[in-house]
Design a protein around this ligand. Structure first.
Ligand SMILES: NC(=O)c1ccc[n+]([C@@H]2O[C@H](COP(=O)([O-])OP(=O)(O)OC[C@H]3O[C@@H](n4cnc5c(N)ncnc54)[C@H](O)[C@@H]3O)[C@@H](O)[C@H]2O)c1
Length: 392
């Protein structure tokens, strides 16, 4: 018997919003999840109007408080199975916390919260209520990110010495916030973005990619946060030198002022035996470099078990649902893989069974908290003259 599709709620997403669109495509990707309700706008009237005009039927609520209160009253099976938070950063903590306390699983956009205190409170709530909680670090959803993680852990590259993880954009190279761009406007406002613009927005992705692929934590950092565009209160250029838990070193770098760069997230891992390179703008391939050997390019869905080089690539990784090689997967597929992985944990939660939510397939609440701790330490380091600051 086929399973009923999971019911998903949206918090945020009306009025020309951006990231709700990839999410809602990804939710519907497999036919096993569907959006059924939403609180789409901070203004109650606009929220209801947006819901009425939504391209498919959903129950609109005037506010996320009303959505949470009403849905929490319904029996499991009829109520929302999880909620996706796609609001600006300052509206992450409150709805996410209220959902968790009501026992509703949450898939929240990054950065997790505005402050470390809020993140700590959220981590504690998730622990207490034992609710699945995902954080939308999109790029972990690429099959090639999972493959890169496997390669580093397999020992093929030896011990990790150096990691260069960077996310470079150019869209804030001028005062985009004065052009009517709602996405730019809140990102440069400390009240809505938090203590960092560039670091919180995309530096957290670069950090997450480093941690996910290498399995290494940052123990200490020294940061330069810079603002190149006049009149901004927050950084638009973010450079952080990091010490890693195994004694290795790395650079976690992000910029929004490098004209010509679009969503140039990349990671290079240099170990004692070899190196690995991955770029999200060409997310179908992973390059592995070993001394004295030809450069090897591995394409998604064209990796063979026991090819005489990689070792025993696990069956679960090779069997991961996907399309044949040469039909490119990209951003939306990555989001779908995150939602698919989260769905498995939500179904287990609904059935009262143990669920993983362990950060191995998508970022969890602890990963989100580490992102905020990283940005907090980077801001402190930069303010104190780029000194070394430990991660809390
Ligand atoms: N993971 C990624 O790759 C990625 C990419 C872009 C954005 N994001 C994150 O997603 C979030 C949203 O970013 P965006 O670019 O889509 O922003 P956006 O400005 O395009 O959309 C924000 C939406 O939130 C709604 N909203 C604001 N306050 C609300 C409230 N109180 N109740 C209900 N709705 C409310 C707005 O009406 C709008 O629909 C941010 O936290 C951002 O950092 C993540």
């Amino acid at each position: 018997m086929s399973q009923r599709p999971l019911n998903v709620g949206l918090i945020g997403g009306g009025g020309g919003a951006f990231i709700v669109q990839p999410h809602q495509k990804a939710i519907h990707f497999d036919g096993t999840r569907r959006v059924t309700c939403a609180a789409l706008h901070p203004d109650p009237k606009a929220a209801l109007k947006e819901a009425e005009n939504w391209p498919y039927p959903l129950k609109g609520y005037p506010s996320y408080d009303e959505l949470i209160q009403d849905q929490a009253k319904k029996p499991k099976g009829e109520r929302v199975d999880y909620v996706v938070v796609v609001t600006p950063n300052h509206v992450h903590f409150d709805p996410a916390y209220k959902c968790v306390m009501a026992g509703i699983p949450v898939f929240c956009e990054k950065p997790l919260t505005l402050t470390l205190e809020e993140s700590d409170k959220l981590v504690a709530a998730v622990k207490e209520k034992k609710v699945p909680f995902g954080v939308a670090h999109t790029y972990l959803g690429h099959w090639t990110s999972w493959f890169s993680r496997y390669i580093v852990r397999s020992g093929l590259l030896g011990d990790v010495r150096w990691v260069d993880s960077c996310y470079i954009q150019g869209w804030l190279a001028a005062r985009t916030e004065d052009t009517g761009s709602m996405q730019a406007e809140w990102r440069v406002d400390p009240k809505r973005a938090g203590i960092s613009c560039c670091g919180g927005d995309i530096g957290t992705h670069a950090l997450m990619q480093l941690r996910f692929v290498t399995g290494l934590e940052v123990t200490e950092l020294a940061a330069h946060l810079e603002t190149f565009v006049k009149g901004r209160m927050l950084d638009d250029h973010f450079t952080v030198y990091v010490k890693l838990a195994n004694g290795g070193r790395g650079l976690v770098r992000a910029s929004q002022i490098c004209i010509g760069h679009k969503n140039d997230l990349s990671i290079e891992v240099n170990g004692t035996k070899g190196s690995l390179i991955w770029r999200q703008e060409e997310p179908e391939k992973v390059v592995i470099l070993l001394p004295g050997q030809p450069d090897r390019v591995y394409w998604r869905a064209a990796v063979a078990k026991n090819d005489g080089f990689l070792g025993d690539v696990p069956d679960w990784l090779l069997a991961e649902p996907t399309i044949p090689s040469g039909h490119p997967e990209a951003f939306h597929d990555a989001y779908a893989r995150l939602h698919r992985s989260f769905e498995a944990d939500v179904r287990a939660y609904n059935d009262g069974k143990p669920f993983a939510c362990d950060g191995s397939k998508y970022a969890n609440v602890t990963d989100g908290r580490i992102g905020i701790a990283f940005v907090t330490a980077a801001v402190e380091s930069s303010k104190r003259g780029n000194v070394w600051v430990p991660m809390k």
